[in-house]
Every structure is written in C-alpha cells, then in structure tokens.
Design a protein around this ligand. Structure first.
Ligand code: S3P
Length: 424
C-alpha cells in the first residue's frame, strides 16, 4: 500500500497512544505460564501482539476478550498442530523460543519475510548449551526454526556479549525450571524482570546480573498496559519539527530503561516536559508535553543509544530538521531489526535531500530543511514507515510511503491519530 503524506499544519491537543508493545507481549506470555487466569487492560491491538496471542492459543492457552480487557487462561502447554506464524515479531519468536525449549514437544516457528531474515543464533546458541535442540535455515541461524524441547541444564550461566531484552527474557523463561544467571553488558529494557518479580518469581540481582532460582509457580498478574513511549516518540518529534505545534500525551510508560528518547530530545534542545505521575502496577507512567522549535544537533551514543534504539529512526528525522550536526553511534543492532534501519534511514533521508554519512554503527546527519517530493520504502518495517510519515509533515513536497501497511504492526490507529492531532 502506498500512502502520500503531505506537509501539514501544527499538531495540537491531547492524545493517548496505544498500549506498550513489549509489555503487551509479556503480559500474555508470562500470564500464560501462571497458576490461574489474569486480566490485561490496554493491550496493544497491533499485529505483533496478535501474533503472540495466536501462537499461545496454538499451544493451548485460552485468550479471550471480555469487554475492553483480555483474559489469559493458562493451560498445560501442548504441541501445536501446525507451524506457528510469529508474523513480523522478533519479541514473539525469541521469547517463545525460551518457553518452548523446556517443553517436551516439537514446535516450528516461522514469520514474514522480514522475520525470516533476523538472527536467531543469539537465542539458539545459549539454549543449545542448556540442552535444547534446534534446526533452522542457515544451520539454525534463521527461521523457520524447529524447537525440540526437553529438560534443560539447571543453573546455566550466561555472560552475554550483546544487550538485548529479547535474549535476556528468552533465557530467563528457559531457566524457570532449573534456575539461570544472565548478565548483559548494559541494561536493556527490564519489563520481564519487573513482571516476574510482581508474579512472585525468585529473581535477584547477583554479580552484576540476574539470578533466577527454580520457579515452580508464577502468581497471575492483572496488568494495566501503559501507552507505548516508542509510539509517543513519533508525535514528540512531529510536534518538535512542525512549527506552532503543542501536544500533550497522557498515560505514557516512562520506565527509565525506555526513556532514552526523552533524554535525546532534551539534549537536542527540544521544548519537552515530562512528568511521572504514578506507578501503574509494575511500570511508571506519566504525561509528556512537546512544543515546536529549538532543535539542534547532538551526539547519541553509548548507553543513551541503547535506551532509545527503537526511536533512533525518528530521532534521525528530528536531526534532519535540527540546526547543526547529529552523530548517532554504538547502534549497530539497528542493522538487524525489522530491516537494516541504518541503511533504510540513510536512504530515506537522502531521498529528502538531507546530507547524511552512513557508518557501520550509526550515521552523521547535517540538519537543515529536508525537502521532497520523495518516495520512501517502509515495507516490512513499521518504524521506518512512521518515521518518514513524520518527516513528511514538516517537509516541502511531502513523502510517498511504500509498504505503509507495515504501520499496523505496532500502531494501527497511526493515520487516525495524525488526523486528530492536525485537526487540533
Ligand atoms: C524488545 C526488545 C528490543 C526492541 C524490540 C522489543 C522487547 O529488541 O528493539 O522492539 O520487547 O524485548 P532486542 O532485544 O533485539 O534489542
């Protein structure tokens, strides 16, 4: 589907962004392993979360709608009758691989063209060390992935070379029967740990890592899923770059492992106010207000780059409209997301006549006034499509987005919300 996004007037008013994608996946998967039913409110209705729900149903778990909530009814997991399709979702395939590695049956996991290109060795290798058996394309590195589960080695220890919440969560889920210790170089998002603790799991900090003792039972956890700060990021940048904008986003998840985008925008001089109002269950939430103007170049690297990794495409768009140079570094993981996001962002910005240098682990962007008309390919990558929809709003000439249907992976209401904000 191609979508022409034209330059548009100021964004104004208040909005609630849809539920957090990471927390939505986890509230289904962890509650599927609990000792009784749980209620989840505010679940993201995006295709990625539907992939998790249908995978769990194929394993025997009950997931039913009740009004605006979803009830998760755990059941002993059983061998699925068919191949399980994880769609576009890396979180679905990697977290489920951890759960399935310790089940006494065979599962085949696959996904769309984007997911079938994404690296699985990062979970297959450590799980193989624990005793699980796998087959997959390219010697077990790519989906479809065949998981032959069974009893796993107890008390396995993993000192990871990459910081990845998907890998960390996968190993914690695999280690529930026998216990496991996991350490990552830098702390990635910690939603799994927060939820496990709230469900009574024996999880402690040990030697700079996480130690999970054998876990016989998880208490069901009702979850109120906060708004997704990664979705909020698109409106924050849109409001910053479209003159005259003033927006307020309510009930946004403000977990410190996720708020790098706020810190990056503040470093760029954005007129952003953030207020943490309450802790909804296990996660802090609050309000964000953004007014247009003031953006200048900044350096986004190290720990900050990890804390805003998913938001880097739209931060690169902000940089293209800022005054001066922005350097994005230490973000090589962007190359193995739903697409090679470094290459795709560079391509898109160049199509809008922005001067940008591609580097192995990021890019250097010279700010200015990007202009079109341009055509940008968002196929298979929701965040690339939304980032360039935002760029179009403040451009001259607009952007034709190819593959815009990818947006429904995480934000089906994106175009409707854009309409609401531009109508004020
Ligand atoms: C996610 C972890 C991150 C992130 C992804 C969601 C999660 O991936 O990019 O969008 O829910 O655990 P990695 O673990 O591969 O860094």
């Amino acid at each position: 589907m191609s979508w022409l996004v034209e330059p548009q007037g100021p964004l104004r008013g208040q909005l609630r962004v849809p539920g957090d994608k990471s927390i939505s996946h986890r509230s289904l998967i962890l509650n599927a392993l609990a000792s009784g039913p749980a209620r989840v409110r505010g679940l993201l209705e995006g295709e990625d979360v539907h992939s998790t729900a249908s995978a769990l149903r194929a394993l025997g778990v009950g997931i039913e709608r009740e009004g605006s909530a979803v009830i998760v009814r755990p059941a002993p997991l059983r061998e699925p009758e068919d191949v399980v399709d994880c769609g576009n979702s890396g979180t679905t395939i990697r977290l489920l691989t951890g759960v399935l590695a310790r089940q006494p049956f065979l599962t085949v996991l696959t996904g769309d063209g984007s997911l079938r290109k994404r690296p699985m060795a990062r979970v297959v290798k450590p799980l193989t060390r624990m005793g699980a058996r796998f087959d997959g394309r390219d010697n077990g590195r790519l989906p479809p992935l065949v998981v032959r589960g069974g009893p796993l080695q107890a008390q396995a220890r993993f000192d990871l070379s990459i910081s990845s919440a998907q890998v960390k969560s996968c190993l914690l889920l695999a280690g529930m029967d026998g216990g496991v210790w996991v350490r990552e170089p830098r702390q990635s998002r910690d939603h799994t740990e927060r939820m496990l603790l709230a469900m009574g799991a024996p999880l402690t900090a040990e030697e700079g890592g996480l130690a999970l003792a054998p876990t016989t039972s998880l208490a069901p956890l009702d979850v109120d899923v906060p708004g997704d700060v990664s979705s909020a990021a698109f409106w924050l940048v849109a409001a910053a770059i479209v003159p005259g904008s003033d927006i307020t986003l309510e009930n946004v998840g403000l977990n410190p492992t996720r708020t790098g985008v706020i810190d990056a925008l503040l470093a760029m001089g954005a007129q952003l106010e953030s207020e943490t109002l309450e802790v909804a269950g296990t996660e802090p939430t609050g309000t964000l207000r953004m007014r247009a103007g003031g953006l200048k170049g900044a350096v986004i690297d190290g720990n900050l780059a990890l804390r805003c990794l998913d938001e880097l495409p739209v931060l690169a768009v902000a940089a293209a409209f800022a005054e001066g140079e922005t350097v994005i570094a230490d973000a090589e993981e962007l190359r193995v997301k739903e697409s090679d996001r470094i290459a795709r962002v560079v391509q898109g910005l160049r199509a809008m006549n922005v001067e940008v240098e591609e580097r192995p682990d990021g890019m250097v962007i010279q700010g200015g006034r990007p202009h079109g008309p341009a055509t940008v390919d968002g196929t298979g990558d929701h965040r690339i499509a939304m980032a360039f929809a935002v760029a179009a709003l403040a451009s001259t000439g607009g952007v034709t987005l190819e593959g815009a249907e990818a947006i429904s992976t995480s934000y089906p209401q994106f175009a409707a919300h854009l309409g609401e904000l531009t109508r004020g």
